[in-house]
Design a protein around this ligand. Structure first.
Ligand code: ADP
Length: 495
């Protein structure tokens, strides 16, 4: 999805060097009030990339003040929707122009293969900014014929100051999902990137400043969850909080919102997505889709197809094929374009994933591939495949967020539908079959915000995404995300 004039990617990219980073508050690049910094680490070897200003309550306070001023009295508050759209298009262009630099920075901080950053994270982020730039001047209410001599209409107004907390698995893309609709609707934002991956958020904020976003419209405060994140979600002058991360953290954020000022809340949380392969499916396509749907991004996807149900008559054949593929997966330096898998984001995440692999073995699942670390430097984990997994095993119940596949056997559609839904999560699901009746039965019956049929991980800025049940609240992307960032006002005028 790169432009026609883009140079062909090199086989190996150079690691960038990055200076120490400040935070962006009210159009100024500043140190934290406390003077504290934290280290952001390179997951390929645990080395320090640079020091980053560490925001806390005092910095969040300043950022919220700047965002409030920009919302109420700054140039942003007087800008027409078409002018906002123009700025957002410029931001999309700037991100696209800097795609090599941004992809390298994302790979450095997160560990994802640069090939993936260039093929997925960058183009999807650019598309998201463009998509919402297109919406900015198309957000409006209705005129409503109520009873009596009245003229009644609605206005879709921005909510105000929006706090946004994002995770480390897709830093650039999660920033775009948050900023796109928030800015299109006319809000101002305070973003807290994940402490593991603050670098691209800060660089994109710089680009936004360069293309002309007025001071205070966009503020970025790096820092930790229990400090900066908690200050943002509990702030009395933040009108809405948007969060992506773990379900447990989502509960904390929602509680903080409730206990402060009842700010609006949207949450995109964890998942344990069923990926269901019927015997009548195109088996090779299903193997490819299941492999991609689990191992993509080192398995660090909230929608990963981490409960892979395969119908019994094709089970052995399917399992053999996918285990062979996993064994052949190229793991290594993410700056090498030929590698498919880089390190997990952190030591903590690697240890957590290895803990789940141990649990799978202890619970008696059959391990067909992987099972340990790759080497002893960096946070690399072998692509791991378990078959004969049972519903009650830990690896079939909990979100692993790593390259660990759990394969379960099923008999028929009714059984797999019931088992697929037996989870507290409901983010995504997929079905592989050539039978349209079966496809529709499952697509209708699965309690998940997204159901892919004969495909997996198909994302587009226009297609809403979000969770049923404990996978979240609200829908990001598409027209639906505009609801997350607007208040509806009813105006009734006596005639
Ligand atoms: P993970 O464990 O995978 O890092 P989290 O849900 O903890 O997932 O993190 C997602 C984002 O939430 C990060 O930006 C993190 O700093 C933030 N976060 C963590 N704890 C809190 C909290 N108590 N309040 C607000 N934000 C938090």
């Amino acid at each position: 999805m790169t432009t026609a004039t883009a140079p062909a990617p090199k086989s190996r990219h150079a690691k960038p060097t990055v200076p120490d980073q400040k935070m962006l508050i009210g159009g100024k690049w500043v140190n934290s009030v406390s003077g504290k910094t934290f280290e952001t680490l390179n997951p390929t070897d645990g080395s320090v990339i640079c020091n980053v200003a560490e925001g806390d309550k005092a910095d969040i306070d300043l950022a919220v003040k700047a965002a409030r001023a920009a919302f109420e009295t700054g140039p942003w508050s007087r800008m027409t929707p078409a002018e906002r759209s123009r700025l957002m298009h410029k931001l999309a262009d700037a991100v696209e122009d800097k795609r090599m630099e941004l992809a390298a920075l994302e790979t450095l901080d997160n560990g994802k293969p640069i090939a993936d950053a260039l093929a997925a994270d960058i183009p999807l982020s650019v598309q998201c900014y463009r998509y919402y730039a297109g919406w900015a001047d198309k957000i409006y209410g209705q005129t409503i014929p109520i009873n009596g001599p009245y003229f009644t209409y609605t206005r879709h107004e921005p909510i105000g100051v929006v706090g946004q907390i994002i995770p480390w698995n897709f830093p650039l893309l999660m920033q775009a999902w948050k900023w796109g609709p928030a800015l299109a609707c006319g809000n101002t934002v305070v973003l807290k990137p994940a402490e593991q991956t603050p670098l691209t958020a800060l660089r994109v904020a710089q680009l936004a400043q360069e293309v002309g976003f007025p001071d205070g419209v966009i503020n970025v405060v790096p820092g930790f969850g229990p400090t900066a994140g908690a200050a943002l979600s509990g702030h009395m002058d933040v009108d809405k909080i948007a969060f992506t991360g773990e379900t447990g953290t989502g509960k904390i954020v929602m509680t903080a919102a409730a206990q402060s000022n009842l700010k609006r809340v949207s949450l995109e949380l964890g998942g344990k997505s069923p990926n269901i392969v019927f015997a009548d499916a195109d088996l090779d396509a299903a193997v490819e889709g299941a492999y991609f749907g689990l191992f993509f991004n080192q398995g660090q996807c909230c929608c990963a197809g981490s409960r892979l149900f395969v119908q019994e008559s094709v089970y052995d054949e399917f399992v053999a094929k996918i285990a062979a593929k996993a064994k052949g997966r190229k793991v290594g330096d993410p700056f090498d374009m030929s590698n498919e898998q880089g390190p997990q984001v952190s030591q903590e995440q690697m240890d957590r994933v290895l803990g789940y692999i141990a649990a799978g073995q202890k619970d008696g699942a059959k391990m067909l591939a992987g099972g340990g670390r790759v080497g002893d430097k960096g946070y690399y984990v072998q692509p791991t495949v378990f078959c004969d997994v049972k519903d009650e095993m830990k690896i079939a119940q909990e979100e692993i967020f790593g390259p660990v596949m759990s394969i379960l056997k099923f008999k028929d559609a009714d059984e797999v539908l019931a088992r697929g839904n037996k989870t507290m999560y409901g983010l995504a699901a997929a079905v592989w079959t050539k039978d349209v009746k079966k496809a529709l039965k499952l697509a209708n019956g699965l309690r998940a915000g997204t159901v892919w049929v004969n495909c997996f991980d198909v994302f587009d800025a226009g297609a809403p995404f979000g969770g049923f049940k404990m996978s979240g609240l609200g829908r990001e992307l598409g027209q639906y995300a505009l609801q997350l960032y607007t208040e509806v006002k009813t105006v009734t005028m006596a005639m």
